[in-house]
Design a protein. Structure first.
Length: 723
């Protein structure tokens, strides 16, 4: 089976996309007749057709020009000839075929057949040729090249793939290499690549998946290959095949650029939102005062409304038109809740009302999302029409007073340009384009002056280059009330100590993120700076290591006398005694005598009986667990998360202890004699029992891993080695 492909060659770059499609005569050619005579295809009668196009082409056999005037190229619509080429020898010896194509449609599809005189065969070219009226494919100087290959096997080829750019730490978008493959029909293609030390590469079918290794930035290239795995018996088809060229893989090199990671935008502090009394206006918000991390030249600001169901849900009304009207007005509508959200629930119901009477109703069109509203009325122009919408997503009724004036027989909006009705009473305004240095003051507009209630939004600050990766978001609520008593003052708590900054506050109906109701913090932003400190007195475990044994006494106190104290336990003394059974956080609010308070925090870590830390010492280590055990207690390991201990100091067993592991997963205790002078020492009169435990020395030593005058008992699968 031979293959014909068009060589895009030098003239590809000069064509637009549609013209390029016309030239995609690239694919498998099926022999429809062997040892055939010249078919003598008859050109069509041009006067029978309305549209024409032209093709100037040459034929090549194995990339060698077939300059034979006996070659014939013909275009077909089914069995009807729509164009036949006349071969003419040019001054340079090239035989070019000049073909005029005919159709009764401005855009059409044709098949191509080629009679090759030297081999006396007719080939059928697939896929179809895309006809476009008045197009010229090829030229005398640069004709379209149709390739024919002996053995009927066309080589694979790959189009160029545009360079890819991605941010460090994120995978590149997947590439379907089939989109760049030119192949014969029925080819079984195997994809492969040349390994690149900077890239992790994988093929899933024809889908190329690429990620850069951690730490790599810059530019690198990947060689991708496609190999035709089909085996053809070329000799049985006639002629000989140069398999060294026909079977060679198609290759293309793709450039990958990895941009070093840089800080994302950050809302810090969060946008607080606002609350106002009806008749007032919202203050514009300088967004650059709240975004405090991004270092790029520009930021994209955006938002979406928070769509949530009313609590409780409002019942969907049974709105209906109950009478006939003398005239109607047609409205094609798109319903928005801010420009960032379009209503799209199948449960939405839109009605038009005049003086409280339903004059028209519409539901959402499932195909285009529009609402087709027929509004009834009298022949008189001028009645104001109110729109009401029951939102299936919000489970509540929204309205627009005086949305438009009734006009008999008028048509408002079209499918292509529907009339947009804005149901959000409050709408922030952000620019569509990125802003330089992130400097932008955002207005918050009130569209319905009689609105009482709230609207919430999620605000985004995005890097314009990698908006899907480098961004931050924060929620803010804007509300309108009838009386100032319905608003609460919230103070910014930048250091998150529970105390608010009296100089930074907002009025709102709900508590904004990062704000509190008190104003008692005089050093907001300096949570770690205080004139006071906590003093902890431990009475168990390893002294002054920050860890105590379960249910033992701990004294926590403030180091200085102050006018007042309030502990998280409710006590109001300078110090407290606690007996925590588990790890507990304790806080105390210290009244300093001014308008400000300090909050001090400490965590009391309580040791258990399970080893969860493989280190020589520290919370949940074998050493600390042992220190808190009672006589004849048992120590176990948090298997498989913690599988052993490495001791760099001697460990004294001054009580009867059992250490138990698992037969299938034995904890491994290493004695590192590169640092330790002794191993595990059993004191006089004490017994160390080991079950399913491995103990081993690290480093050369004459010391024993276990020593002392006490008793060692072993059971189960326990291994002890000095090497």
């Amino acid at each position: 089976m031979s293959t014909v492909v068009v060589n895009m060659g030098r003239w590809w770059q000069g064509l637009n996309f549609q013209s390029a499609i016309l030239l995609a005569i690239l694919s498998t050619v099926l022999i429809i007749r062997s040892n055939a005579q010249n078919p003598n295809w008859t050109p069509p009668t041009g006067s029978s057709f309305q549209f024409t196009a032209n093709v100037i082409a040459v034929v090549e056999l194995s990339d060698v020009p077939s300059n034979d005037v006996g070659d014939v190229i013909a275009f077909f619509d089914g069995n009807d000839i729509r164009g036949r080429g006349n071969g003419a020898q040019l001054a340079n010896g090239t035989v070019a075929h000049f073909i005029t194509l005919y159709s009764n449609q401005a855009a059409d599809t044709f098949s191509i057949k080629v009679f090759h005189a030297a081999t006396n065969q007719v080939y059928e070219v697939q896929p179809i040729f895309l006809f476009r009226s008045q197009n010229v494919t090829g030229s005398v100087d640069e004709p379209t090249v149709i390739h024919i290959f002996p053995g009927n096997i066309a080589p694979l080829s790959l189009l160029s793939v545009m360079p890819r750019t991605q941010l460090e730490g994120y995978p590149f978008d997947e590439i379907d290499m089939n989109d760049y493959l030119i192949q014969p029909e029925g080819a079984l293609v195997q994809w492969s690549f040349t390994p690149n030390p900077n890239l992790m590469v994988n093929f899933t079918g024809s889908i190329l998946q690429v990620s850069a290794f951690n730490g790599f930035t810059g530019q690198t290239q990947l060689m991708v290959s496609a190999t035709n795995l089909n085996t053809f018996n070329a000799q049985s088809r006639g002629g000989s095949t140069d398999r060294s060229s026909i079977g060679a893989p198609a290759e293309t090199t793709i450039t990958f650029n990895v941009t070093p990671i840089y800080p994302a935008p950050l809302w810090e502090p969060a946008i607080p939102g606002q609350g106002i009394v009806t008749g007032s206006k919202f203050d514009s918000i300088p967004l650059h005062d709240f975004e405090n991390q991004f270092t790029g030249p520009k930021i994209t600001y955006d938002y979406i409304p928070i769509i949530e169901e009313a609590q409780p849900n409002e019942i969907k009304p049974s709105w209906q038109v109950t009478q006939s009207f003398g005239s109607t007005m047609s409205v094609v509508a798109r319903l928005d809740y801010t420009p960032k959200y379009q209503f799209h629930s199948d449960d939405d119901l839109l009605v038009a009302m005049v003086n409280g009477e339903v004059r028209g109703a519409a539901t959402r069109d499932s195909e285009n999302g529009l609402y087709y509203l027929s509004v009834g009325g009298s022949p008189v122009i001028g009645d104001p029409v109110e729109l009401k919408l029951y939102s299936g997503a919000m489970k509540r009724i929204l309205s627009i007073d005086s949305a438009f004036l009734f006009e008999p027989y008028a048509i408002l909006g079209t499918d292509e340009l529907p009339t947009v009705f804005e149901f959000s009473p409050i709408v922030p305004v952000v620019p569509y384009e990125p802003v330089t240095n992130g400097i932008y003051t955002m207005p918050v507009n009130i569209l319905q002056t009689d609105f009482i209630g709230y609207a919430s939004f999620t605000f985004f600050a995005r890097d314009p280059v990698y908006p899907q990766y480098l961004f931050d978001q924060t929620n803010a609520t804007f509300c309108i009330v009838t009386d100032s008593s319905e608003l609460t003052i919230y103070y910014e708590d930048a250091d998150e100590d529970g105390l608010g900054n009296p100089l930074s506050f907002t009025y709102n109906c709900t508590q904004p993120t990062g704000y509190v109701t008190n104003n008692e913090d005089c050093n907001d932003g300096e949570t770690n700076t205080s004139a006071y400190a906590l003093v902890i007195t431990e009475n168990s475990g390893i002294a002054n290591d920050g860890v105590v044994c379960t249910s033992t006494n701990v004294t926590i106190g403030v180091d200085q006398i102050a006018p007042g104290y309030l502990w998280s336990t409710g006590e109001t003394t300078q110090s407290i005694d606690v007996n925590p059974a588990s790890t507990t956080i304790y806080t105390v609010t210290v009244t300093t005598g001014s308008a400000c308070n300090d909050v001090l925090v400490d965590t009391i870590f309580v040791e258990g009986r399970i080893v969860k830390n493989s280190a020589n010492a520290g919370f949940n280590s074998l050493r600390n667990v042992l220190a808190c055990l009672s006589e004849n207690d048992t120590i176990s390991y948090d298997l498989p998360n913690t599988q052993g201990t490495t001791l760099t100091e001697a460990l004294n067993f001054n009580k009867n202890v059992v250490i138990i592991g698992s037969l299938t997963l034995r904890p491994h205790i290493f004695i590192d004699f590169n640092a330790a002078t002794n191993g595990m020492i059993i004191q006089t009169g004490k017994t160390l029992s080991l079950k399913d435990i491995d103990i081993e020395a690290i480093g050369l030593t004459s010391q024993s891993v276990i020593s002392g005058p006490g008793t060692l008992e072993i059971s189960g699968e326990t291994h002890i080695s000095n090497q």
